[in-house]
Write a protein that binds this ligand. Structure first.
Ligand code: KG4
Ligand code: ZN
Length: 348
């Protein structure tokens, strides 16, 4: 039995959690910085690291308190060491090193993407209880869109991924283009509910013969549609105030048409990939897997069993880091206090 304190600070969430055996969440505390970054329309790295410094200790204390756990009850501390924003990762890793040293606990460095994968292992509604390898994993987050075959615990083969924008990044950029605010993914989903998904015929980049994705052409198609309505004015997806002259119906229709274009490709390519590798199940994870239409569409179209964690485990959290840490406890060899962060850490 393991009881692991997970710590996650790779982007704009300061999070700590206590997890038993990689499956049972005893506490899961997330301090979000969304309100701080809203004025910038995205995560401001310097502001994020400073906020992590302020939040990390109270968040860890709260996680231990809510789990009714003391330091002596812990088997190890698991912390995200990459990928992510270097300054943000440093706060979590250094705090974890200090705690591990002071409390004489093993320290485990976890890949954030592996954390997302292990969110599928946590006992929760939507997650399958028993898994048989190989699994097809679709990771869809703000920074990544990856199709992975998981052949065993800790063993991953990359089939493909995005060649330009990540799916979450595309949601965020298009939301900004349509004047829907921050954070873009949830805002776009809400607007899409009120629109007609067949109103605009936005392109789907199938990239035949590969398991890769591309969303930049779709993003440009939305930009062109906006420009057409706004009379050709130079609108740019990086502007914060875009879309202010668009009629609400057009915004809703474009949001709905964009959303289904992303989801069509994600779901169809995941199903094809799962078939091509003989996967027993499709596991979806990462912030975009909180999207209601994506969840519904995977369940509807896949003949294979599907596992998607509940919403609170899709976006960044530390329970998934504690869960992933459980599968690496046996690898701890005492050199971990020398660990460094790796901003572009890869899974394979
Ligand atoms: O996994 P995550 O919390 O952070 C990263 O590791 O990047 O994912 C954040 C991404 C953001 O791009 C956000 O807009 C997107 O997930 N997201 C959504 C939804 N909720 C979050 N995208 C579409 N629909 C949602 N409901
Ligand atoms: Zn993430």
């Amino acid at each position: 039995m393991t009881t692991i304190l997970g710590i996650e600070t790779s982007c704009d969430e300061t999070a700590a959690a206590v997890v038993d055996d990689g499956r049972t969440v005893r506490s899961n505390v997330v301090a979000s910085q969304i309100d701080l970054h809203r004025q910038y329309g995205g995560v401001f790295p310097e502001v994020a690291s400073r906020q992590h410094v302020l939040a990390i200790l109270p968040v860890v204390e709260q996680a231990l308190h809510e789990a009714n756990t003391g330091w002596p009850d812990l088997s190890a501390i698991a912390v995200t060491r990459g990928p992510g924003l270097a300054g943000s990762l440093l706060v979590g890793v250094n705090a974890a090193k200090g705690m591990a040293w002071a409390r004489d606990l093993p320290l485990i460095g976890v890949n954030h993407l592996e954390g997302h994968i292990y969110s599928n292992w946590i006992e929760a509604e939507g997650n399958s209880a028993v898994k048989r390898f190989p699994l097809l994993v679709l990771i869809v987050s703000g920074g990544h869109t990856e199709l992975i075959v998981m052949v065993n615990h800790g063993r991953y083969e990359r089939l493909g991924g995005t060649i330009d924008d990540a799916a979450g990044e595309a949601f965020d950029k298009v939301a900004r283009l349509l004047g829907l605010g921050y954070p873009g993914g949830p805002a776009l989903q809400s607007a899409a509910v009120r629109g007609n998904p067949t109103a605009y015929r936005f392109p789907r980049a199938w990239l035949p013969g590969s398991h890769d994705f591309s969303f930049s052409g779709l993003k440009t198609a939305v930009l062109r549609a906006v420009q057409q309505i706004e009379g050709g004015k130079a609108t740019d997806s990086r502007r914060l105030t875009a879309g202010e002259n668009l009629p609400p119906e057009a915004v809703f229709d474009m949001a709905a048409s964009f959303q289904i274009a992303v989801i069509d490709v994600l779901v169809e390519k995941s199903i094809r990939a799962a078939e091509s590798v003989g996967a027993t199940e499709i596991c979806v994870c990462g912030g975009v897997s909180a999207n209601a239409l994506l969840r519904k569409t995977v369940y509807e179209r896949s003949h294979l069993p599907v596992s998607i964690p509940p919403l609170y485990l899709c976006t960044d959290n530390a329970a998934m880091i504690g869960a992933a840490g459980h599968h690496h406890v046996h690898e701890v060899n005492g050199t971990e206090l020398a660990m460094d962060v790796v901003a572009n850490l890869s899974l394979t």
